[in-house]
Design a protein around this ligand. Structure first.
Ligand code: ADP
Length: 362
């Protein structure tokens, strides 16, 4: 049984805006899932539908095998953390945290015990009597988390919970969040438009665009095997080559591009009729002097080194290809060290076929 299951969930707002279409997702117990996508793609709407703050137009939402599609928010085993934390500014920390338990009608003694325990866990005991508006952003963030967790939800829903914090605090709380999630084993569903946050924190990422799910996979898979042109463009720093014709050569596909043939793993179901894109991650490419001995089996494209920047052990390089486009290559500095290449030098850009993914154009 899944902790959370969305089956064909859709949302059309009364004004006709189609915010979410046909959303299917299964989340396992204790999983950390992020919804990632540009502003307006339907992430918050989906989260609010899971919480019950927004009615669904189509489909069903199941939590632990129970259909909660029409269940009011306070009767769902979920808690939501809002971006602005939605704390009561003049209420003290203790009452803010206890608020959800009041709503549930818990007896005072039981409530106090639960609140004390969570204050202790979050290191907030010494602030218990202070009004929420006299605390720092990081402390308010912790109170919001404590308030969400004190009701012991099956699923914690987080809507851009780090959005209001500065970069430093963001990193600290990111780590805390991940540790907390592991420790409690609670299922987390997290909305963000920040790629690094989604990829760094979650077990799986749901990439959305324009109300549609583009891909659901692990962060590594998103990098290595983007499922669509949108994902290839949105995640990481991929080189994307437009292809025209496709030929099969055993287990390989040979895509004809303006720069020459690109070799990729053959995949059943790829349809060259609309054209195809070959996607190559920035860290899968390598740069060699144009006159270097070629490595067998790699696709080779000619160009000139147009930029290089080495920071610590990693380098960011740029290669201007013969069609004028610039491709970004990321690698260890040994990708270039010892070869003494200077900006402007003719080079060969190469990559192994396994690193290439063919996707349909947008
Ligand atoms: P995200 O969280 O990815 O930024 P939202 O879920 O907030 O996206 O919004 C998805 C789409 O639905 C957007 O086009 C947005 O303008 C629209 N939308 C959000 N809330 C409402 C509403 N209450 N009424 C009408 N349209 C809305």
């Amino acid at each position: 049984m899944h902790d959370l299951e969305l089956i064909g969930v859709g949302k059309t707002y009364p004004d006709g805006t189609v915010a979410v279409q046909d959303f299917d997702l299964q989340v396992g117990s204790g999983e950390f899932v992020a919804f990632l996508g540009p502003s307006g793609c339907g992430k918050s709407t989906t989260l609010r539908m899971i919480a019950g703050f927004e009615e669904i137009t189509h489909g069903r939402i199941m939590i632990k095998g129970r259909d909660v599609s029409r269940t009011p928010p306070e009767k769902r085993p979920t808690s939501m953390i809002f971006q602005n934390y939605a704390l009561f500014p003049h209420m003290n920390v203790r009452d803010n945290i206890g608020f959800g338990l009041d709503v549930k009608g818990l007896a005072k003694r039981e409530k106090d015990a639960k609140v004390d325990r969570i204050l202790d866990m979050f290191g907030l005991t010494e602030f218990a009597d202070r009004p929420a508006d006299r605390l720092s952003g990081g402390q308010r963030q912790r109170i919001a988390l404590a308030r969400g967790l004190v009701v012991e939800p099956e699923i914690l829903l987080l809507d851009e919970p780090l959005g209001a914090l500065d970069a430093n605090l963001r990193r600290i709380i990111q780590n805390e969040l991940k540790l907390l999630q592991r420790e409690l084993g609670i299922t987390f569903v997290f909305v963000t438009h920040a790629q690094s946050e989604a990829l760094g924190l979650s077990d799986r990422v749901v990439v959305m665009s324009d109300g549609v799910v583009e891909q659901i996979s692990t962060p590594t898979e998103l990098y290595r095997r983007p499922a669509s042109a949108f994902v290839a463009d949105f995640i990481g720093a991929n080189a994307i080559f437009e292809g025209r014709g496709l030929r099969r050569d055993g287990a390989s596909a040979l895509l004809d591009t303006a720069l020459g043939e690109i070799r990729a793993p053959w995949r059943d179901g790829i349809d060259p009729a609309q054209g195809l894109l070959a996607v190559v991650p920035a860290e899968a490419m390598r740069i060699d002097a144009a006159d270097a001995v070629p490595v067998a089996g790699r696709t080779r494209l000619s160009g000139a080194l147009s930029g290089q920047q080495v920071v610590g052990a990693t380098g960011h390089f740029k290669v201007r290809l013969t069609d004028g486009r610039e491709v970004v290559v990321e690698g260890r500095d040994d990708a270039l060290a010892g070869r003494a290449l200077a900006t402007g030098d003719p080079v060969t850009l190469s990559f192994a076929q396994e690193s290439v993914t063919l996707v349909p154009p947008r």
